[in-house]
Design a protein around this ligand. Structure first.
Ligand SMILES: [Zn+2]
Length: 392
């Protein structure tokens, strides 16, 4: 048994400080409080140990993406996030022409086959142009079960999550088809009212794509999708807690309402994550990054129209430049308790993705996926399936 000792070990039952972890090959063998039962191979020196992050919403990072480029580019994006602590992740696609989505899904299925990613997330094409954010409205489609089945087939069993707007005609049938196929239905990029959203939840939707972003604001007489998704206990809610997409009050309110078992931290990272300011792409859309904030450069549906922050079209926030590690750090700085943040970054998304018997917590029998962080919650070392990763 390889022993790591003298750390602050964040387990589902609380923080063991000091605590130790015993590894047996790729798995966690034992976790304990106090001094290690035998001499430790690694002295953690009081550093934090969090479970490896599970990012269920990311489009790219480190200069490349899942939405365009080669298979090697997609592998590089996954490796970038892995090196920053996301030991499991989905590859998220944005709305694109159907044939292109099918081809991307088929290519990314190969990465899921060999364990590079944990599966695919389709953020589109059944989205509302009214809440398109940085997605291209030209390629948005009305929900259609036959189209869903084509995309599901292209992903070869690796489609895990589909984001859709439930107010669109045909949405209920797609929600039911996806649920039958074992695909998590997420409500997002939607102009739905609260009542329409509740009906979608009754039909099988269980998850919110980046709560508050890409949906109606929570109004006290029309709480919109955000209100309904917060209100229903069974729904898990993503938040992009990067300090750009949401005010810290919105992060804290969502955390308080959902509790530690229903909040999910995501990066929604695009290619520019970890890269300098400059010009990038998010699918077919051109994006400019300034001061670490990615914004849409133009709106092909409405060229020349003035836009601005907080709106669809030019100036809309276009994904994030964050890693999930950065989101974790921000969530802790915003006041969320460390064990709750670990649940939201690892345990809960692992459960949503059906991976809870393999990863998502520092518990015996699960994969030795972990992130060693300093006092400021910056990752100092990342282990995936018992192996230290290079690059941190
Ligand atoms: Zn996204």
């Amino acid at each position: 048994m390889l022993l790591l000792a003298g750390g602050r070990i964040v387990t589902p039952g609380g923080v063991l400080s000091p605590g130790w972890i015993g590894l047996a090959g790729p798995l966690i063998d034992a976790v304990g409080f106090g001094d290690a039962p035998e001499p430790a191979a690694v002295d953690l020196g009081g550093q934090w140990v969090l479970p490896g992050f599970v990012d269920m919403h990311a489009h790219g990072g480190g200069g490349t993406s899942f939405t365009e480029g080669t298979e090697d580019d997609a592998r590089a994006a996954a490796a970038f996030h892995r090196a920053h602590g996301s030991t499991s992740m989905l590859a998220s696609l944005v709305t694109a022409p159907l044939a292109e989505l099918e081809a991307r899904a088929a290519m990314l299925a190969g990465l899921a086959d060999d364990g590079t990613v944990a599966g695919l997330h389709l953020e589109g094409p059944f989205l509302s142009p009214a809440r398109r954010g940085a997605q291209n409205p030209r390629h948005m489609l009305a929900p259609d079960v036959a189209v869903f089945e084509r995309l599901h087939a292209a992903a070869q069993g690796h489609l895990r999550v589909i984001t859709l707007a439930p107010e669109l005609p045909g949405a209920a049938q797609v929600i039911e088809a996806a649920t039958r196929a074992g695909v998590t239905v997420a409500v997002g990029h939607t102009d739905a009212t609260a009542d329409v959203t509740l009906a979608a939840i009754d039909a099988g939707a269980t998850h919110a794509t980046h709560l508050f972003n890409g949906m109606r604001p929570l109004h006290h007489r029309e709480p919109g999708a955000a209100g309904a998704l917060l209100d229903r206990d069974g729904v898990t809610c993503e938040v992009i807690a990067d300090g750009v997409h949401l005010h810290d009050i919105a992060i804290r309110l969502a955390a308080r309402v959902k509790g530690s078992g229903r909040l999910v931290l995501v990066s929604d990272a695009m290619a520019a994550a970890g890269m300098p300011d400059g010009s990038y792409r998010l699918g077919s859309m051109r994006v400019t990054v300034a001061g670490g904030v990615a914004r849409l450069l133009e709106d092909p549906a409405d060229p020349g129209r003035a836009g601005g922050p907080g709106q669809a079209g030019p100036g809309a926030i276009a994904g994030s430049t964050a890693t999930l590690a950065g989101v974790v750090r921000h969530a802790i700085a915003a006041g969320l308790p460390v064990p709750d943040v670990a649940a939201a970054a690892s345990t809960t998304p692992a459960r949503v993705l059906g991976l809870a018997d393999r990863t998502g917590a520092l518990s015996p029998g699960l994969a030795a996926d972990l992130v060693v962080c300093d006092d400021d919650f910056r990752p100092r070392a990342v282990m995936r399936q018992g192996e230290w990763l290079p690059g941190t």
